[in-house]
Design a binder for this molecule. Sequence first.
Ligand SMILES: [Zn+2]
Length: 412
Amino acid sequence: MVASCRCRPTGPGQASPGWRVSGVPGLSNLHSHAFQRALAGRTEFVTGAMAEDNLWTWRREMYRMVDRLTPEAYEAIAALVYLEMLQFGMTAVCEFHYVHHQSGGAAHANPAEMSDRLIAAADRTGLGLTLLPVLYAHGGIDKPVEPTQQRFVHSVDDYLKLIDTLRSRRTGHSTLDVGLALHSLRAVTPDEAKAALAGMAAMDAGARLHIHVSETTHEVAEVKAGLGARPVQWLLDNVGLNDRWCLVHATHLDSSEIAGSAASGAVAGLCPLTEATMGDGFFPLVEYHGAGGAWGIGTDSHYSTSTAEELRILECGKRLELRRRNVIARPEAGREVHTGRVLFDQALAGGEQASGQGGGALVPGRRADLVMLDPPPPPPAPGGRRARCATDGGALLGARPARRCWTAGWRS
Ligand SMILES: [Zn+2]
């Protein structure tokens, strides 16, 4: 358990002139399924039984692993992943948590057993946790759940009871918050979604709200056929998006959805390396950023837990696709705009918006989440660009571990 500590103003003479390290605010990772770390690297093969290898064939392997997950393993894997996040400069995570029950679907004696394991893992490592228990009720639109999905399933009433229980865990856990997650518009009906949102609002009108939206073209087609609109458009028209929403894997958006979700204030939850390993497609980064849309970074299935690696594939993937450089930075009159700084600032703000942890900036009153980096090697500094180039290097050159992290003022 850590006590919460906030940034305070400093006065003259309080700086430490001997320090040769640079500090930045800690990032919030806006999307994680911690247990999937144990699957990374174990699905990179094809067999003659696969007509095509994609997210849905990968999901079968994931379900096989879910069948064998014990509470002890769930906590141990999460602790490992959370430690890795801290090593790469993340001080909080949004955990999109859907493995609730025992193998076969029976509830644990403590219905919050698996959630409590995640809370324990965050406590052990010192990572801030926005826990997002997932409502999952159907195997697809008008489809029953499959036997392998039974560990995920709740009625809306039982789901809201779980949220209520977990909210009580915040006593004594100052870096724990609890939000709501709908697995997807495939896994909950419109009535269930609306009932869950109303129940959450009655408990906490400011709760963070997360949902998987449009990771694949298959998902978009299924929602369009079943609900009459593409996923993000359906949410815009039926529940009203705002800045408490995080749209995870908003990969496939049409121009109307880009304009609508950017204007709503919702944050797009991007997990570039996971989306790449699944062969999902490219998020329309340039268009969304150009429309003023908020976005942030998650590491989802944890092929990597490095924000730098995620940002690199996001920016450089677009460079390959568009065949030009610096695709996200927009020149401003009279000054250079650096890609690394734009990427870092967006990931920082988007992560804080999605987690609601209270950090995201080293200013008085915000939570003291601080990451000290090793001093970068001195780059060539034409025109006094050294500091700005260092930020670009931090975001694009590679994954260098942080030297130290503090969450809520406590060294992790
Ligand atoms: Zn996910």
